[in-house]
Design a binder for this molecule. Structure first.
Ligand code: SAH
Length: 345
């Protein structure tokens, strides 16, 4: 039964939601192992043994939104806000570049104050000095802004849908709209960005059905990258008292996403590494092929607190890069220092 279902979702162009729901509901260790092994095989077939690196620079924690799960939400008065200047960002890029990393991810809260022309000048300065791909992750913006940044040299954009279920999405994002999220993803695609999406696992109201729909949403949209991580409650949010997402469920969604999307880049997310132990190792064995070491300067890193207990909060900048080699070796793989563009192009 398991084998047939796995083979079906792997080979069908339109996998059945019921098959995904069946697989998401498996909970015996032997069954989980079978799912993870199938995903690991698919990862091997489509992505090979190399693990790609993306150097993360969290350049601002200012945010105009009030997402119920996120510690950066504007109602969190206890959080000290920061914004890196252009020179500070460039020095982070210099560090990750000297570690051999060829992608920088510039991420921030969704800032009202973000001047699109300032970000354009940052992109141009990075491109002038380094041979490196730029991924932006600054939330919902206008198509005009996305175009300015694309024209300046940005290559990729991350904007997670968080959940593809419209009602659930609405219940987590006051003052935002699901339609606008989809509009952004469409605009980014039309402008020629490599587009990353993703979701959180363990949200209240989420079911195996909504998770199966998330996976089908990833497949239909042919995303180049998909980030899947457990929800981790943050004390200064509306969801403070909710349970965190389960590792096993997160790994199942990751594995099934690998099997269904085949050659999308899938990170073993920092959130997955921020639970009781470093579950990124399990992620790498269940379909993931990307790691995202953090290059935010130490004094700001702890202020980019989207959820508590974030990994390596006290490590000096760049220390992560060395850790990456160890992580890769621990799963019998190696770090691939190439740019790692989309395989869907
Ligand atoms: N402002 C940007 C970046 C957001 S932070 C944007 O809107 O795209 C990046 C990701 O962190 C989010 O997409 C979300 O999936 C994740 N995140 C936020 N709060 C979280 C929490 N409490 N637990 C787990 N992941 C969380």
């Amino acid at each position: 039964m398991m084998k047939e279902k796995l083979a079906a979702i792997f080979s069908e162009q339109f996998p059945k939601s019921s098959d995904l729901e069946f697989l998401l509901s498996r909970d015996k260790p032997r069954e989980l192992q079978e799912i993870f092994e199938f995903a690991d095989q698919a990862r091997k077939q489509f992505m090979g043994e190399g693990i790609l690196l993306r150097g993360l620079v969290e350049f601002s924690n200012h945010c105009r939104n009030s997402c119920f799960y996120c510690g950066l939400n504007k109602n969190n008065q206890e959080l000290e806000r920061y914004r890196l200047g252009k020179e500070e960002i460039l020095s982070c890029v210099e560090k990750l570049n000297s570690c051999g990393i060829k992608t920088v991810v510039l991420q921030s809260g969704e800032e009202d104050g973000l001047d699109p022309l300032w970000l354009k000048s940052v992109i141009e300065a990075i491109k002038a000095e380094f041979e490196i791909a730029i991924t932006l992750s600054v939330g919902e913006r206008t198509k005009e802004e996305y175009k300015i940044w694309k024209d300046a040299g940005a290559n990729r954009y991350l904007l997670k849908i968080e959940t593809s279920n419209k009602e659930l999405y609405g219940s987590l994002h006051s003052g935002m709209s699901f339609e606008n999220r989809l509009r952004c993803l469409r605009d980014l695609r039309a402008l020629g960005y490599q587009v990353g999406c993703g979701n959180m696992i363990g949200l209240k109201g989420q079911t195996v059905k909504t998770l199966a729909e998330d996976i089908l949403f990833f497949k239909e949209n042919n995303f180049d990258m998909i980030g899947i991580g457990p929800f981790i409650p943050h004390p200064q949010t509306r969801l403070a008292s909710q349970k965190k997402g389960e590792v096993e469920l997160t790994l199942k969604v990751l594995a099934l996403t690998r099997i269904v999307t085949k050659n999308a880049h899938l990170p073993a997310t920092t959130a997955l590494g921020s639970l009781e132990e470093d579950f990124r190792i399990k992620g790498l064995k269940a379909g993931a092929n990307v790691l995202m070491p953090n290059f935010t300067p130490l004094k700001y890193k702890k202020l980019y607190e989207i959820y508590p207990g974030k990994r390596c909060i006290s490590e000096p900048v760049g220390a992560c890069a060395f850790c990456m080699e160890e992580l890769a070796h621990s799963v019998g793989r190696y770090i691939d220092y190439s740019r790692g563009d989309s395989l869907k192009l």
